[in-house]
Write a protein that binds this ligand. Structure first.
Ligand code: CP
Ligand code: NVA
Length: 316
């Protein structure tokens, strides 16, 4: 039984429903802002509390990872917690045990679960059946932890993100969807240039626009990038995609080159969640050039996720 559930039983009450971190859209602007502000305080050493002392987090990976795996493990330890690492293929999930039963079992051992899986329905089944917080470590549809780090990184370099113009160039994928949700929550303009065949999900665009978000869709990368404070791209072939050659044909006009960066604001930054493929979604000159902040972005996964973990677990 999780600490929260045990405490509730001892106190004679019902366990509170756990907090989860499944998507940017699930949280209001003030809550997200508080997590990022806390992350920034921890990053500069102004808060060294250990809110995860005595707590254990399970990390389940059904897909490969470098940044998410290492930044969660290190961040949890820095917050005083312990980690259990699980490759999905090494668990009974791979032999047909349900996600729901896995969630119920893990809830008896650990205090939170981070889950990376292709299928968002599996993530939601985990959250619906766990009595502990569940964190989305990437699905085929979204990558909210990445966006917490990305907003933090943008603001470190460019100041408040509200009112700024960000250009997404390339595939309208899982990370793009989380950027759209973030535009609604953080109040920036997001221009997305994608091939029409690989546009972002219409439902997410409609959701964000209904909240007043400025989401501009175009097939022309030059239109998206013009005057932007930040140009963002991502791999052309995500882990959930079939790597067929046509994706490359469709996406080649969307390669971020020095020439394209030259159309953005003169002091624009370049972002990419990594892993990157030089010569595909961007040239080496762009990702390795002076406008690139991709390694600050990777570092901020650590800090931003500590903000998320502290919010999920501090009072639970
Ligand atoms: N950006 C990101 O999530 O990287 P990993 O796949 O290495 O975790
Ligand atoms: N869109 C990429 C992001 C990797 C972190 C993928 O899903 O593979």
């Amino acid at each position: 039984m999780s600490h929260a559930a045990l405490r509730a039983v001892e106190e004679g009450g019902a366990a509170r429903a756990p907090r989860h971190f499944l998507d940017i859209r699930d949280h209001d602007s003030a809550t997200l802002r508080a997590m990022i502000d806390h992350a920034a305080r921890m990053k500069r050493g102004a808060d060294t509390a250990k809110p995860l002392a005595g707590k254990t987090v399970a990390l389940i990976f059904e897909k490969p990872s470098t940044r998410t795996r290492v930044s969660f493990e290190v961040g949890i330890r820095q917050l005083g917690g312990d980690v259990v690492m699980l490759a999905g293929s090494a668990t009974q999930l791979d032999r047909g045990e349900t996600v729901a039963d896995t969630a119920r079992v893990l809830s008896r051992y650990v205090d939170a679960v981070m889950y990376r899986t292709d299928n968002p329905a599996k993530l939601h089944e985990m959250a619906a059946n766990a009595t502990i917080p569940v964190i989305n470590g990437l699905t085929a549809e979204s990558h909210p932890c990445q966006l917490m780090a990305d907003v933090m990184t943008f603001e470190e370099h460019k100041g408040p993100i509200a009112g700024q113009v960000i250009a997404w160039v390339g595939d309208g994928n899982n990370v793009a969807r989380s950027w759209i949700e973030s535009a609604a929550r953080f109040g920036f303009t997001l221009r997305l240039a994608t091939p029409p065949e690989l546009g972002p999900p219409a439902e997410t665009v409609a959701w964000a626009r209904a909240l007043g978000a400025k989401i501009e869709l175009t097939a022309d990368p030059e239109v998206a990038v013009a005057g932007a404070a930040c140009v963002v791209t991502d791999t052309w072939v995500s882990m959930s995609d079939d790597p067929h050659a046509n994706r490359h044909n469709l996406l080649m006009p969307y390669q971020v080159t020095e020439q394209l960066m030259g159309l953005a604001a003169p002091d624009a930054i370049f972002m990419h969640c990594l892993p990157a493929h030089r010569g595909e979604e961007m040239t080496a000159a762009v990702i390795d050039g002076p406008q690139s902040v991709v390694f600050d972005e990777a570092e901020n996964r650590l800090h931003a996720q500590k903000g998320v973990l502290a919010w999920l677990l501090a009072d639970q």
